[in-house]
Design a protein around this ligand. Structure first.
Ligand code: AHM
Ligand code: MG
Length: 333
């Protein structure tokens, strides 16, 4: 038992890398871990309670929202918002920013996707929560505004995700490596299971929704033809792995190596995924693990966001594999 490290203890120990830290960042990461436990409790019981099904509402992206998404959103906002550590929040499910009660004591902004992969909720396939934390730009929390949320991904002070899968795993970074924790339901704790995750330089998986082939541009089609060619010297053909839950697809590729691509399509000219809730946090984690994340041309973390729900194409994963995908996208191959 002596080797067991809880996420709370690990986060506390990370604080030594931030000599000026007041402990606030530690507290708010713990708040996120706590909120994840609440969401987990409902996700694993989803088939037992009458919580599944459509609400009949659409979210700000114009997509159907299921009850569990709303539940997760409300739980995270209330569990995290009540402690006054965040001065402002932004959720994929809310059109505008959220100003939590008692925000006058907060120094940080939280951006999150409460339950990513919503098409998988009803069918017992992994879904996840993704989060991203920024320091406020000014000193007065009462003046926290959307501009505190619209910072470049390179300004993130912490990011992470939780996968509600065959086991529940929480992965986070504060810029000091990437660490993963597996939930032990018998003691109600996330325990360190993946210390200092590093992603392979290249892998054998490619993850893309090939059902959208007809909507891809010629560069993407050419890339797909390439990745499926027989060439043992470069490890091709790669195998397809696509769950349709970004967190789960990303997590697998992070551990095994590989590339995830959500390119521009005729349906989603700027890609489908959201810069602030999905691309930025995963890009921060990916780079910290030694991988690469771009929109096909520009590093995700260098993109200056213009709006909260902005979308972006996403090429993310093992560095060498992402570079090849980008070269096709740029017409260099
Ligand atoms: P969501 O936030 O509404 O769940 O949408 C995001 C999800 C990602 O998890 C996943 O990578 C992508 O949508 C799948 O999209 P598609 O069905 O077009 O392949
Ligand atoms: Mg999402």
């Amino acid at each position: 038992m002596s080797n067991l490290i809880t996420i709370e203890r690990h986060i506390l120990e990370q604080q030594k890398y931030f000599p000026d830290a007041s402990g606030e960042l530690t507290d708010l990461l713990n708040d996120v871990a706590f909120a994840a436990k609440l969401v987990r409790r409902e996700v694993v019981r989803a088939g037992l309670v009458d919580i599944l099904g459509f609400t009949g509402n659409v979210n700000v992206q114009g997509e159907e929202v299921k009850k569990l998404d709303l539940f997760a959103n409300e739980k995270i906002i209330s569990a995290i918002g009540q402690h006054g550590r965040f001065a402002v929040m932004g959720s994929e499910e809310n059109e505008g920013i959220i100003i939590p009660p008692k925000n006058e004591t907060g120094s940080y902004a939280l951006l999150f996707d409460p339950l990513d992969g919503s098409s998988n909720i009803d069918v017992n396939v992994s879904v996840g929560t993704i989060f991203s934390i920024y320091k406020l730009k000014g000193n007065d929390p009462c003046k926290a505004s959307i501009s505190d949320c619209l910072q470049k991904g390179s300004e993130q002070v912490a990011a992470g995700y939780v996968i509600y899968g065959s086991s529940v795993v929480m992965v986070y970074t504060t810029g000091q490596g990437v660490h993963g924790f597996t939930y032990d339901p018998t003691i109600g704790e996330f325990l360190l299971s993946h210390e200092n995750i590093t992603t392979p330089k290249s892998g054998k998986y490619y993850s893309i929704n090939e059902g959208s082939y007809a909507q891809f541009n010629e560069a993407t089609k050419k890339y797909l033809d390439y990745i499926k060619e027989e060439d043992p010297a470069t490890g091709r053909p790669y195998s397809t792995r696509y769950i349709g839950s970004l967190v789960a697809d990303f997590h697998r590729n992070l551990l095994t190596g590989g590339v995830f691509v959500y390119p521009p399509t005729t349906k989603h000219l700027n890609g489908k995924l959201r810069l602030m809730y999905e691309a930025n946090p995963l890009a921060f984690i990916c780079e910290q693990a030694g991988g690469r994340a771009t929109n096909g041309r520009t590093r995700i973390l260098d993109i200056q966001p213009a709006e909260l729900h902005q979308r972006t194409p996403l090429y993310i994963g093992s560095t060498e594999d992402v570079i090849v995908a980008e070269e096709f996208e740029q017409g260099l191959r």
